[in-house]
Design a binder for this molecule. Sequence first.
Ligand code: ADP
Ligand code: MG
Length: 711
Amino acid sequence: MSEGSTLPITLRDLAEIDVGRLNRVGEKRRAALGAVGIETVLDLLTTYPRRWIDRTNEASIASLAIGEEALVIAEVRSVNSRTTRNRRTMVSIVVGDKTGKISLVFFNQPWRARQLSAGMEVALFGRVDEYAGGRQMTNPIVDLIGDRTGRIVPVYPQSEKARLTTWEIAGWVEEALRRCAERGIADPVPEEVLDRLDLIDRAEAIRSIHQPESMRAKDAARRRLAFDELLRVQSVLVARKRELERSARGVVHDLSGALVSRFHDALPFPLTGAQQRTLAEIDADLASGHPMHRLLQGDVGAGKTVVAVSALLVAVQGGHQGALMAPTEVLAEQHHQGIRRLLEGVTVTDGENLFGDRPLRIELLTNRVTGAERRDVLAGLADGSVDLVIGTHALIQDAVDFASLGLVVVDEQHRFGVEQRAALRDKGVDRVPDVLVMTATPIPRTAAMTVYGDLDVSVLDELPPGRTPIDTRWANGPLDEESVWIDVRERVAEGQQAYVVCPLVEESEKLEVASAEETFERLSNGELADCRLSLLHGRMSSVEKEETMASFRRGEVDVLVATTVIEVGVDVPNATVMVVLDADRFGIAQLHQLRGRVGRGQLESNCWLVTADQTGSNPRVEALVASTDGFELAEVDLELRGEGTLMSTSQKGRSDLRLASLRRDRELVELARSVAFDLVDVERGLDDHPMLADELDLLLSDEDESFLTKS
Ligand code: ADP
Ligand code: MG
């Protein structure tokens, strides 16, 4: 494979060599390879074995015990095919090694008679049974290994249709590797990084994944090659982030003012360690000239509001304005009230005022703020006399102008699109405001790094002290359900309150409302006839919704029967029971979110997950019963759902992830992210690492890139 050059071979070089140039690849084999997507030597070398057979673990036929699962390598001695009385095909095969013989039977696999013939070497994996006095394997896994030698035999994906066998592929790979050996394979990752992360070099990894000396060598190879895949993905994300930082001028906030420390001193509690840590991370961003773009993750009740308000006050103390955007009017109003209370009596320095101080001005802006009131708020935002504004998407309408917007906090981002975040950022005058996105839907850290790849991530992973954990139980079937309503009645008798969340109806708000109304009727006339019930759903006007919530908050209603509209933000400390009907229709994250509506005060709270009588296990419900930790649940969720949900289900965007798994390789994702941060320079991007830059070009299509960067 020398093209005259003596430099080590790059992936680009390999991608430019047609597989047809290998020995024993004629027109026919070339077409067959093309049919499975192998056109270049790079395609061939990145066609990784799907399994490795460790011959050092292989059993001899004589030693096989009945009832045991075993791997044997043997030679096919005879093949017989017949149709049984009930018209099934049965292929019987006898295989043997130096020590003895064993028979194999395959039912309904007529093609086995074509696949296997006397003299072939096969690896078999299966359970050994006794049949008619002899030993037999029924429908074992069969790998054709040809005459491959070596202790570890790679098994490649084979194509029946293209008639490609694993030993042919292994043969071509061997030739390709041999012809690479002279020049060697270039490595884009600096040696210092490899040493630090204990990664083997690329040439060694490519050889070892195909021809490992041992299973451990194979694992080391896999780790290195998976790292490379993840490094490419993270480099795209980090490069994109750096580019944003480079091209946009941010506000340099002043951390030295007294406003924030006065606020902290006035709080009735000390900040948790996690709050202090995340605030330090946010402050560092705020003080820099690059616009902040940070995700703040924290479980329900972790105390995100205090963190957000502290950050907003940093903006205010430097003479800028802060905005907080919530997903619904109810939530915006609730935040407005809560933050007003939190900031009662806080004053800001005012040069134009003789006394030097004026009260901090906080306003609300939603579509319900109209007329003179609205004009007043808008004027105050435009002339800078409004310091903080809390609102809904009304904040991003054209008519809203800011004198100097310094920081935008977006709450519960799963309800907002990227465009909306971008629109808010555009409200800055000549500087891009800093953006802090808060979410109470924890996603595993490594997933966050990829899904929100161009955001920095801060995690509030510690709850304030003194919380009483929520006791969660699964009520399976009508008998169990009886005890749920007994619990609700008892709590109500003690002056506490409850939520009942009605079945989620996918895609139809109308049906969902109908089911909520039905449940409301049933409970009012039945199990909860003695309680004061109210109904809350998405089809009510916002005035009606607010009135219902307000009377629940005032304790005039005992039980709130609701749809998932109460999923986020609602905060009534006296509510101590959460009942979720048809809990199996909800996802883990949603159940956790719903459960977070209780346990907000000193009283002990219960959460009941009700399902129709189910046999067997229900992993999601069981996960909720077992854990109240949002991050732990997020990990379980990821396990259960698989990674398709992370990276889109289509192949696009993960065509380069052949070995790496976001699920299994969490440690590697983190390492790759930190290495990407080291390699992608703030000013020069990947200029110092041209080989890596070239690999991004080569291996990630434009579609991949745009998929990865649209967070
Ligand atoms: P989140 O928005 O993360 O769900 P909140 O900000 O609403 O949580 O905080 C939940 C409750 O915890 C609030 O009543 C808040 O006053 C209280 N809280 C916040 N931080 C602390 C702390 N460090 N110590 C004690 N209580 C706290
Ligand atoms: Mg909150």
